[in-house]
Design a protein around this ligand. Structure first.
Ligand code: 4AD
Ligand code: MG
Length: 477
Protein backbone atom coordinates (compact mmCIF):
# COMPACT_ATOMS: atom_id res chain seq x y z
CA UNK A 1 0.00 0.00 0.00
CA UNK A 2 1.18 3.52 -0.80
CA UNK A 3 2.09 5.60 2.20
CA UNK A 4 1.52 9.29 2.78
CA UNK A 5 4.16 11.65 4.09
CA UNK A 6 3.69 12.73 7.68
CA UNK A 7 3.92 16.38 6.67
CA UNK A 8 0.90 15.88 4.43
CA UNK A 9 -1.04 13.96 7.06
CA UNK A 10 -0.43 16.68 9.65
CA UNK A 11 -1.75 19.38 7.33
CA UNK A 12 -4.80 17.37 6.25
CA UNK A 13 -8.03 19.31 5.81
CA UNK A 14 -10.19 16.51 7.16
CA UNK A 15 -10.32 13.09 8.78
CA UNK A 16 -9.37 10.14 6.55
CA UNK A 17 -9.72 6.40 6.77
CA UNK A 18 -7.12 3.83 5.79
CA UNK A 19 -4.01 6.01 5.72
CA UNK A 20 -0.54 4.47 5.77
CA UNK A 21 2.51 6.12 7.31
CA UNK A 22 6.07 4.85 7.41
CA UNK A 23 8.89 6.21 9.48
CA UNK A 24 11.17 5.81 12.49
CA UNK A 25 9.97 5.64 16.06
CA UNK A 26 11.10 8.58 18.15
CA UNK A 27 9.36 7.53 21.38
CA UNK A 28 6.81 4.97 22.54
CA UNK A 29 4.87 5.89 25.67
CA UNK A 30 2.53 3.82 27.84
CA UNK A 31 2.53 0.91 25.38
CA UNK A 32 0.18 3.07 23.37
CA UNK A 33 1.52 6.32 21.87
CA UNK A 34 4.14 6.18 19.14
CA UNK A 35 5.77 9.45 18.07
CA UNK A 36 6.61 8.70 14.44
CA UNK A 37 8.89 10.76 12.21
CA UNK A 38 9.68 10.27 8.52
CA UNK A 39 11.90 13.28 7.88
CA UNK A 40 9.31 15.19 5.83
CA UNK A 41 8.79 17.59 8.75
CA UNK A 42 10.18 18.27 12.19
CA UNK A 43 6.81 17.29 13.64
CA UNK A 44 6.07 13.72 14.64
CA UNK A 45 2.70 12.20 14.13
CA UNK A 46 1.18 10.50 17.13
CA UNK A 47 0.09 6.95 16.33
CA UNK A 48 -2.27 5.44 18.90
CA UNK A 49 -1.67 1.71 19.08
CA UNK A 50 -4.52 -0.61 19.95
CA UNK A 51 -2.41 -2.42 22.51
CA UNK A 52 -5.15 -4.89 23.52
CA UNK A 53 -5.21 -6.24 19.97
CA UNK A 54 -1.52 -5.99 19.15
CA UNK A 55 0.65 -9.03 19.83
CA UNK A 56 2.95 -8.65 22.85
CA UNK A 57 5.94 -9.45 20.66
CA UNK A 58 5.16 -6.60 18.26
CA UNK A 59 4.69 -4.11 21.12
CA UNK A 60 8.14 -5.04 22.44
CA UNK A 61 9.70 -4.29 19.09
CA UNK A 62 8.33 -0.72 18.92
CA UNK A 63 11.54 0.87 20.15
CA UNK A 64 13.28 4.19 19.55
CA UNK A 65 14.94 4.07 16.15
CA UNK A 66 12.90 1.17 14.75
CA UNK A 67 11.41 1.55 11.26
CA UNK A 68 7.68 0.81 11.23
CA UNK A 69 4.68 1.05 8.97
CA UNK A 70 1.23 1.83 10.38
CA UNK A 71 -2.18 1.68 8.76
CA UNK A 72 -5.21 3.29 10.36
CA UNK A 73 -7.54 6.28 10.46
CA UNK A 74 -6.48 9.90 10.59
CA UNK A 75 -8.62 11.47 13.30
CA UNK A 76 -8.65 14.69 15.28
CA UNK A 77 -6.28 14.37 18.19
CA UNK A 78 -7.52 14.68 21.75
CA UNK A 79 -4.02 15.50 22.96
CA UNK A 80 -2.59 19.00 23.03
CA UNK A 81 -0.12 20.31 20.45
CA UNK A 82 -1.32 18.52 17.34
CA UNK A 83 -4.41 18.51 15.22
CA UNK A 84 -4.25 14.99 13.80
CA UNK A 85 -3.24 11.55 14.96
CA UNK A 86 -3.49 8.03 13.57
CA UNK A 87 -5.69 5.46 15.28
CA UNK A 88 -3.68 2.42 14.29
CA UNK A 89 -5.47 -0.61 12.84
CA UNK A 90 -2.38 -2.57 11.90
CA UNK A 91 1.30 -2.08 12.55
CA UNK A 92 4.30 -3.73 10.95
CA UNK A 93 7.89 -3.66 12.17
CA UNK A 94 10.06 -2.98 9.10
CA UNK A 95 13.40 -2.82 10.85
CA UNK A 96 14.21 -3.46 14.49
CA UNK A 97 16.39 -1.17 16.58
CA UNK A 98 17.93 -2.49 19.76
CA UNK A 99 16.93 0.14 22.31
CA UNK A 100 19.95 -0.63 24.50
CA UNK A 101 22.40 -0.08 21.68
CA UNK A 102 20.79 2.67 19.57
CA UNK A 103 22.93 5.76 20.24
CA UNK A 104 20.20 8.35 19.60
CA UNK A 105 18.26 8.25 22.84
CA UNK A 106 15.20 10.48 23.21
CA UNK A 107 17.10 13.14 25.17
CA UNK A 108 19.40 16.03 24.37
CA UNK A 109 22.86 14.81 23.33
CA UNK A 110 25.98 16.98 23.23
CA UNK A 111 27.02 18.24 19.81
CA UNK A 112 30.39 16.49 20.24
CA UNK A 113 28.65 13.17 20.76
CA UNK A 114 26.46 13.80 17.74
CA UNK A 115 29.46 14.68 15.56
CA UNK A 116 30.95 11.31 16.40
CA UNK A 117 27.69 9.80 15.12
CA UNK A 118 27.23 11.91 12.01
CA UNK A 119 25.44 9.04 10.24
CA UNK A 120 22.75 8.94 12.95
CA UNK A 121 22.57 12.54 14.15
CA UNK A 122 20.32 13.40 11.24
CA UNK A 123 17.66 11.38 13.07
CA UNK A 124 17.47 14.05 15.75
CA UNK A 125 15.12 17.03 15.58
CA UNK A 126 17.90 19.59 15.39
CA UNK A 127 19.86 17.90 12.59
CA UNK A 128 16.73 17.04 10.63
CA UNK A 129 15.83 20.74 10.76
CA UNK A 130 19.35 21.91 9.84
CA UNK A 131 19.59 19.60 6.84
CA UNK A 132 16.16 20.57 5.51
CA UNK A 133 17.04 24.26 5.89
CA UNK A 134 20.35 23.62 4.10
CA UNK A 135 18.53 21.94 1.24
CA UNK A 136 16.03 24.78 0.84
CA UNK A 137 18.83 27.37 0.98
CA UNK A 138 20.64 25.51 -1.81
CA UNK A 139 17.48 25.52 -3.88
CA UNK A 140 17.01 29.25 -3.22
CA UNK A 141 20.55 29.89 -4.49
CA UNK A 142 19.73 28.26 -7.82
CA UNK A 143 16.33 29.92 -8.00
CA UNK A 144 17.76 33.39 -7.45
CA UNK A 145 20.35 33.12 -10.19
CA UNK A 146 18.21 31.15 -12.63
CA UNK A 147 15.36 33.69 -12.34
CA UNK A 148 17.87 36.41 -13.22
CA UNK A 149 19.18 34.53 -16.26
CA UNK A 150 22.57 33.53 -14.84
CA UNK A 151 24.11 30.40 -16.37
CA UNK A 152 25.10 27.66 -13.92
CA UNK A 153 28.67 26.60 -14.68
CA UNK A 154 30.38 23.49 -13.33
CA UNK A 155 34.00 24.40 -12.92
CA UNK A 156 36.56 21.59 -12.53
CA UNK A 157 37.31 20.00 -9.19
CA UNK A 158 40.71 18.81 -10.34
CA UNK A 159 42.77 21.74 -11.50
CA UNK A 160 46.33 22.94 -11.92
CA UNK A 161 45.54 26.46 -10.71
CA UNK A 162 45.88 27.91 -7.24
CA UNK A 163 43.26 30.60 -7.67
CA UNK A 164 43.81 32.23 -4.31
CA UNK A 165 47.59 31.92 -4.25
CA UNK A 166 47.37 30.85 -0.63
CA UNK A 167 49.01 27.49 -1.29
CA UNK A 168 46.55 25.58 0.88
CA UNK A 169 45.80 22.76 -1.51
CA UNK A 170 45.21 19.03 -1.56
CA UNK A 171 47.35 17.39 -4.19
CA UNK A 172 45.75 14.95 -6.63
CA UNK A 173 47.68 11.80 -7.48
CA UNK A 174 46.62 8.81 -9.56
CA UNK A 175 46.89 5.39 -8.02
CA UNK A 176 47.38 2.38 -10.30
CA UNK A 177 45.62 -0.36 -8.40
CA UNK A 178 46.97 -3.11 -10.63
CA UNK A 179 50.51 -2.12 -10.12
CA UNK A 180 51.45 -0.81 -6.73
CA UNK A 181 55.21 -0.55 -6.55
CA UNK A 182 56.46 0.26 -3.09
CA UNK A 183 59.53 2.26 -2.32
CA UNK A 184 62.26 1.08 0.04
CA UNK A 185 60.22 2.29 3.01
CA UNK A 186 57.19 0.30 1.93
CA UNK A 187 55.19 3.33 0.84
CA UNK A 188 53.06 3.09 -2.26
CA UNK A 189 54.56 4.79 -5.28
CA UNK A 190 51.92 7.09 -6.74
CA UNK A 191 51.73 7.85 -10.43
CA UNK A 192 52.68 11.48 -10.41
CA UNK A 193 52.27 12.13 -14.06
CA UNK A 194 48.67 11.15 -14.83
CA UNK A 195 47.83 14.64 -16.07
CA UNK A 196 51.37 15.41 -17.11
CA UNK A 197 51.46 18.21 -14.56
CA UNK A 198 50.89 18.96 -10.92
CA UNK A 199 47.21 19.03 -10.01
CA UNK A 200 45.19 19.77 -6.90
CA UNK A 201 41.60 19.94 -5.70
CA UNK A 202 40.08 23.32 -6.48
CA UNK A 203 40.22 26.10 -3.89
CA UNK A 204 37.87 28.26 -5.99
CA UNK A 205 36.16 28.06 -9.38
CA UNK A 206 36.64 31.76 -9.94
CA UNK A 207 39.32 31.79 -12.63
CA UNK A 208 37.46 29.30 -14.80
CA UNK A 209 34.21 31.14 -13.98
CA UNK A 210 35.70 34.39 -15.28
CA UNK A 211 36.38 32.83 -18.68
CA UNK A 212 32.72 31.86 -18.93
CA UNK A 213 31.48 35.28 -17.77
CA UNK A 214 33.45 36.73 -20.69
CA UNK A 215 31.14 34.84 -23.04
CA UNK A 216 27.88 34.20 -21.20
CA UNK A 217 27.73 37.50 -19.32
CA UNK A 218 26.34 36.34 -16.00
CA UNK A 219 27.36 33.01 -14.53
CA UNK A 220 27.47 31.29 -11.17
CA UNK A 221 29.09 28.20 -9.78
CA UNK A 222 27.92 26.20 -6.78
CA UNK A 223 30.14 23.31 -5.89
CA UNK A 224 32.55 21.66 -3.48
CA UNK A 225 35.74 23.51 -2.67
CA UNK A 226 38.80 22.23 -0.82
CA UNK A 227 41.32 23.95 1.40
CA UNK A 228 44.12 22.34 3.32
CA UNK A 229 44.29 25.10 5.89
CA UNK A 230 45.22 23.44 9.11
CA UNK A 231 43.06 25.74 11.18
CA UNK A 232 40.86 23.90 13.61
CA UNK A 233 38.24 26.59 14.02
CA UNK A 234 34.46 26.61 14.19
CA UNK A 235 34.40 28.44 10.82
CA UNK A 236 36.71 26.35 8.62
CA UNK A 237 36.21 23.09 6.79
CA UNK A 238 38.66 21.26 4.55
CA UNK A 239 35.74 20.55 2.19
CA UNK A 240 33.04 23.19 1.87
CA UNK A 241 30.60 24.43 -0.74
CA UNK A 242 31.06 27.75 -2.42
CA UNK A 243 28.75 29.85 -4.58
CA UNK A 244 30.62 32.09 -7.02
CA UNK A 245 28.76 34.44 -9.32
CA UNK A 246 30.77 36.35 -11.93
CA UNK A 247 29.28 39.16 -14.00
CA UNK A 248 30.63 40.94 -17.05
CA UNK A 249 30.40 44.76 -17.00
CA UNK A 250 29.73 44.87 -13.22
CA UNK A 251 31.95 47.13 -11.15
CA UNK A 252 32.51 46.80 -7.40
CA UNK A 253 29.36 48.74 -6.48
CA UNK A 254 27.25 46.49 -8.71
CA UNK A 255 28.98 43.52 -7.08
CA UNK A 256 28.00 44.74 -3.60
CA UNK A 257 24.42 45.33 -4.73
CA UNK A 258 24.24 41.81 -6.15
CA UNK A 259 25.69 40.18 -3.04
CA UNK A 260 23.35 42.02 -0.70
CA UNK A 261 20.25 41.36 -2.78
CA UNK A 262 21.20 37.70 -3.20
CA UNK A 263 21.79 37.06 0.50
CA UNK A 264 18.56 38.79 1.48
CA UNK A 265 16.62 36.82 -1.12
CA UNK A 266 17.83 33.37 -0.07
CA UNK A 267 17.22 34.10 3.61
CA UNK A 268 13.72 35.40 2.92
CA UNK A 269 12.90 32.45 0.69
CA UNK A 270 14.06 30.00 3.34
CA UNK A 271 12.19 31.77 6.14
CA UNK A 272 8.99 31.42 4.15
CA UNK A 273 9.47 27.76 3.37
CA UNK A 274 11.04 26.44 6.57
CA UNK A 275 8.81 27.96 9.20
CA UNK A 276 8.49 24.90 11.44
CA UNK A 277 12.19 24.08 11.28
CA UNK A 278 13.25 27.66 11.97
CA UNK A 279 10.78 27.95 14.84
CA UNK A 280 12.39 24.86 16.35
CA UNK A 281 15.93 26.19 15.81
CA UNK A 282 14.91 29.56 17.24
CA UNK A 283 13.73 27.84 20.42
CA UNK A 284 16.86 25.71 20.51
CA UNK A 285 19.05 28.80 20.41
CA UNK A 286 16.92 30.52 23.05
CA UNK A 287 17.49 27.50 25.34
CA UNK A 288 21.24 27.69 24.69
CA UNK A 289 21.29 31.39 25.45
CA UNK A 290 19.61 30.77 28.79
CA UNK A 291 22.63 28.68 29.82
CA UNK A 292 24.94 31.67 29.35
CA UNK A 293 25.63 34.40 31.91
CA UNK A 294 23.24 37.33 31.50
CA UNK A 295 25.85 39.72 30.03
CA UNK A 296 26.85 37.28 27.30
CA UNK A 297 23.37 36.61 26.01
CA UNK A 298 22.34 37.79 22.59
CA UNK A 299 19.75 40.54 22.63
CA UNK A 300 18.01 39.09 19.57
CA UNK A 301 16.42 35.72 18.88
CA UNK A 302 17.36 33.78 15.75
CA UNK A 303 14.24 34.87 13.90
CA UNK A 304 14.81 38.48 14.91
CA UNK A 305 18.40 38.29 13.61
CA UNK A 306 17.22 36.93 10.27
CA UNK A 307 14.53 39.60 9.97
CA UNK A 308 17.07 42.26 10.88
CA UNK A 309 19.29 41.26 7.96
CA UNK A 310 16.35 41.43 5.57
CA UNK A 311 15.21 44.83 6.74
CA UNK A 312 18.52 46.67 7.04
CA UNK A 313 21.03 47.64 4.40
CA UNK A 314 24.53 46.29 4.86
CA UNK A 315 26.89 49.02 6.01
CA UNK A 316 29.58 49.78 3.40
CA UNK A 317 32.89 50.82 4.93
CA UNK A 318 36.34 51.16 3.36
CA UNK A 319 39.27 49.28 4.86
CA UNK A 320 40.91 52.63 5.70
CA UNK A 321 37.83 53.81 7.64
CA UNK A 322 37.70 50.46 9.44
CA UNK A 323 41.33 50.74 10.49
CA UNK A 324 40.68 54.19 11.94
CA UNK A 325 37.79 52.79 13.96
CA UNK A 326 39.80 49.80 15.17
CA UNK A 327 42.82 51.87 16.12
CA UNK A 328 40.66 53.97 18.42
CA UNK A 329 38.80 51.02 19.95
CA UNK A 330 39.23 48.29 22.49
CA UNK A 331 36.74 45.42 22.47
CA UNK A 332 35.72 46.18 26.04
CA UNK A 333 37.05 47.89 29.16
CA UNK A 334 39.06 44.94 30.39
CA UNK A 335 40.35 43.48 27.17
CA UNK A 336 42.57 44.70 24.34
CA UNK A 337 42.65 43.11 20.91
CA UNK A 338 44.94 40.13 20.88
CA UNK A 339 46.40 41.57 17.66
CA UNK A 340 46.36 45.35 18.16
CA UNK A 341 45.96 47.35 14.97
CA UNK A 342 48.77 49.81 14.84
CA UNK A 343 49.41 50.35 11.17
CA UNK A 344 47.52 50.71 7.94
CA UNK A 345 48.18 47.63 5.82
CA UNK A 346 47.62 44.99 8.48
CA UNK A 347 45.31 42.12 7.64
CA UNK A 348 42.20 42.03 9.78
CA UNK A 349 41.84 39.15 12.23
CA UNK A 350 38.49 37.66 13.04
CA UNK A 351 38.42 39.52 16.37
CA UNK A 352 38.53 42.80 14.44
CA UNK A 353 35.89 41.75 11.98
CA UNK A 354 33.59 40.65 14.77
CA UNK A 355 34.17 43.85 16.67
CA UNK A 356 33.14 45.95 13.68
CA UNK A 357 30.01 43.92 13.03
CA UNK A 358 28.86 43.02 16.52
CA UNK A 359 30.01 45.95 18.64
CA UNK A 360 30.53 48.95 16.39
CA UNK A 361 28.06 48.87 13.50
CA UNK A 362 25.78 46.15 14.85
CA UNK A 363 24.74 45.05 11.36
CA UNK A 364 26.26 43.21 8.37
CA UNK A 365 29.21 45.16 7.00
CA UNK A 366 30.79 45.27 3.54
CA UNK A 367 34.44 46.20 3.85
CA UNK A 368 36.06 47.32 0.59
CA UNK A 369 39.23 48.75 -0.93
CA UNK A 370 41.77 46.65 0.94
CA UNK A 371 45.55 47.08 0.70
CA UNK A 372 46.73 45.35 -2.47
CA UNK A 373 49.43 43.32 -0.73
CA UNK A 374 47.04 41.38 1.53
CA UNK A 375 44.69 40.35 -1.28
CA UNK A 376 44.81 38.00 -4.28
CA UNK A 377 46.60 38.81 -7.53
CA UNK A 378 43.49 39.18 -9.71
CA UNK A 379 41.90 42.15 -7.93
CA UNK A 380 41.67 45.50 -9.69
CA UNK A 381 44.20 48.07 -8.60
CA UNK A 382 42.73 51.44 -7.58
CA UNK A 383 44.03 54.75 -8.89
CA UNK A 384 45.88 55.28 -5.58
CA UNK A 385 48.19 52.44 -6.59
CA UNK A 386 48.03 50.79 -3.18
CA UNK A 387 44.48 49.51 -2.65
CA UNK A 388 42.43 47.04 -4.66
CA UNK A 389 38.72 46.82 -5.41
CA UNK A 390 38.14 44.00 -2.96
CA UNK A 391 35.12 43.42 -0.76
CA UNK A 392 34.47 41.17 2.20
CA UNK A 393 31.04 40.81 3.75
CA UNK A 394 31.08 40.33 7.49
CA UNK A 395 28.14 38.89 9.41
CA UNK A 396 27.29 38.98 13.11
CA UNK A 397 28.29 35.79 14.87
CA UNK A 398 30.05 34.50 11.75
CA UNK A 399 32.66 36.99 10.58
CA UNK A 400 33.56 36.78 6.87
CA UNK A 401 30.80 35.19 4.84
CA UNK A 402 31.69 36.57 1.38
CA UNK A 403 34.95 37.47 -0.32
CA UNK A 404 34.90 39.12 -3.72
CA UNK A 405 36.26 41.85 -5.97
CA UNK A 406 36.24 43.73 -9.20
CA UNK A 407 38.79 41.94 -11.34
CA UNK A 408 41.91 43.45 -12.88
CA UNK A 409 40.81 43.59 -16.51
CA UNK A 410 43.94 45.39 -17.83
CA UNK A 411 46.34 42.86 -19.32
CA UNK A 412 49.52 44.81 -18.63
CA UNK A 413 48.65 45.60 -15.03
CA UNK A 414 47.68 41.99 -14.36
CA UNK A 415 50.85 40.56 -15.88
CA UNK A 416 52.96 43.01 -13.92
CA UNK A 417 51.23 41.96 -10.69
CA UNK A 418 51.78 38.28 -11.47
CA UNK A 419 55.46 38.96 -12.08
CA UNK A 420 55.80 40.65 -8.71
CA UNK A 421 54.12 37.73 -6.97
CA UNK A 422 56.04 35.10 -8.91
CA UNK A 423 52.92 33.61 -10.50
CA UNK A 424 53.79 31.68 -13.65
CA UNK A 425 52.31 33.39 -16.72
CA UNK A 426 52.60 30.21 -18.75
CA UNK A 427 50.55 28.25 -16.23
CA UNK A 428 47.74 30.79 -16.49
CA UNK A 429 47.96 31.48 -20.23
CA UNK A 430 44.30 30.58 -20.65
CA UNK A 431 43.27 33.01 -17.90
CA UNK A 432 45.31 35.78 -19.46
CA UNK A 433 43.52 35.16 -22.76
CA UNK A 434 40.38 36.71 -21.22
CA UNK A 435 42.39 39.95 -20.96
CA UNK A 436 43.90 39.55 -24.43
CA UNK A 437 40.66 39.05 -26.30
CA UNK A 438 37.74 41.33 -25.56
CA UNK A 439 38.56 42.17 -21.99
CA UNK A 440 35.95 44.09 -19.99
CA UNK A 441 35.22 45.30 -16.49
CA UNK A 442 33.84 42.38 -14.48
CA UNK A 443 33.28 41.39 -10.89
CA UNK A 444 32.27 38.48 -8.74
CA UNK A 445 32.33 37.02 -5.29
CA UNK A 446 32.41 33.77 -3.36
CA UNK A 447 29.93 32.95 -0.62
CA UNK A 448 30.82 30.13 1.76
CA UNK A 449 27.61 28.10 1.78
CA UNK A 450 28.17 26.56 5.23
CA UNK A 451 28.75 29.98 6.77
CA UNK A 452 25.39 31.03 5.39
CA UNK A 453 23.77 27.88 6.79
CA UNK A 454 25.40 28.65 10.15
CA UNK A 455 23.85 32.08 10.18
CA UNK A 456 20.38 30.93 9.17
CA UNK A 457 20.23 27.98 11.58
CA UNK A 458 21.82 29.80 14.53
CA UNK A 459 24.35 27.00 14.96
CA UNK A 460 27.83 27.99 16.12
CA UNK A 461 30.12 25.27 14.76
CA UNK A 462 30.51 24.75 11.01
CA UNK A 463 30.83 20.99 11.61
CA UNK A 464 27.16 20.97 12.49
CA UNK A 465 25.76 22.36 9.24
CA UNK A 466 27.31 19.96 6.69
CA UNK A 467 26.30 16.29 6.59
CA UNK A 468 29.77 14.78 6.97
CA UNK A 469 32.36 17.39 7.96
CA UNK A 470 35.97 17.18 6.78
CA UNK A 471 38.39 18.83 9.19
CA UNK A 472 41.98 18.11 10.24
CA UNK A 473 42.16 14.61 11.77
CA UNK A 474 38.56 13.96 10.89
CA UNK A 475 37.21 12.15 7.84
CA UNK A 476 35.53 9.27 9.63
CA UNK A 477 32.42 8.88 7.53
O1 4AD B 1 37.50 34.79 0.52
P1 4AD B 1 37.72 33.55 -0.32
O2 4AD B 1 38.99 32.84 -0.17
O3 4AD B 1 37.46 34.04 -1.81
C1 4AD B 1 37.64 33.28 -2.93
O4 4AD B 1 37.91 32.11 -2.96
C2 4AD B 1 37.33 34.03 -4.21
N1 4AD B 1 37.96 33.31 -5.34
C3 4AD B 1 35.84 34.13 -4.38
C4 4AD B 1 35.44 34.89 -5.61
O5 4AD B 1 35.68 36.08 -5.69
N2 4AD B 1 34.83 34.21 -6.57
O6 4AD B 1 36.53 32.54 -0.04
C5 4AD B 1 35.19 32.92 -0.24
C6 4AD B 1 34.33 32.50 0.93
C7 4AD B 1 34.74 33.07 2.27
O7 4AD B 1 34.24 34.37 2.44
C8 4AD B 1 34.12 32.09 3.23
O8 4AD B 1 32.74 32.35 3.41
C9 4AD B 1 34.25 30.78 2.49
O9 4AD B 1 34.42 31.09 1.13
N3 4AD B 1 35.40 29.98 2.96
C10 4AD B 1 35.30 28.90 3.75
N4 4AD B 1 34.23 28.29 4.29
C11 4AD B 1 34.46 27.20 5.05
N5 4AD B 1 35.67 26.66 5.27
C12 4AD B 1 36.78 27.23 4.73
N6 4AD B 1 37.98 26.68 4.95
C13 4AD B 1 36.61 28.41 3.94
N7 4AD B 1 37.46 29.21 3.26
C14 4AD B 1 36.70 30.16 2.68
MG1 MG C 1 38.42 35.82 2.02
Amino acid sequence: MKHTKIKELLSSDGAKTGVVAKGWVRTFRNSQFVALNDGSTINNIQCVVDFANTPEDTLKRITTGAAISVMGDLVESQGAGQKWEIQVKSLEILGDSDAEKFPMQPKRHSLEFLRANAHLRVRTNAFGAIMRVRSVLAYAVHKYFQDKGFVYVNTPIITGADAEGAGEMFQVTALDLNNLPKDENGYINYKEDFFGKHTNLTVSGQLEGETFAMALGQIYTFGPTFRAENSNTARHLAEFWMIEPEVAFNDLDDNMDLAEDFIQYVIKYTMERCQDDLKFLDQRLADEEKQKPQDQRSDMTLLEKLKFVLENNFKRVSYTEAIDILRDSTPNKKKKFQFPIDAWGADLQSEHERFLVEKHFKCPVILYDYPANIKAFYMRLNEDGKTVRAMDILFPGIGEIVGGSQREERYDVLVEKMKVLGIDEEELWWYLDTRRFGTAVHSGFGLGFERLVLFVTGMTNIRDVIPFPRTPQNAEF
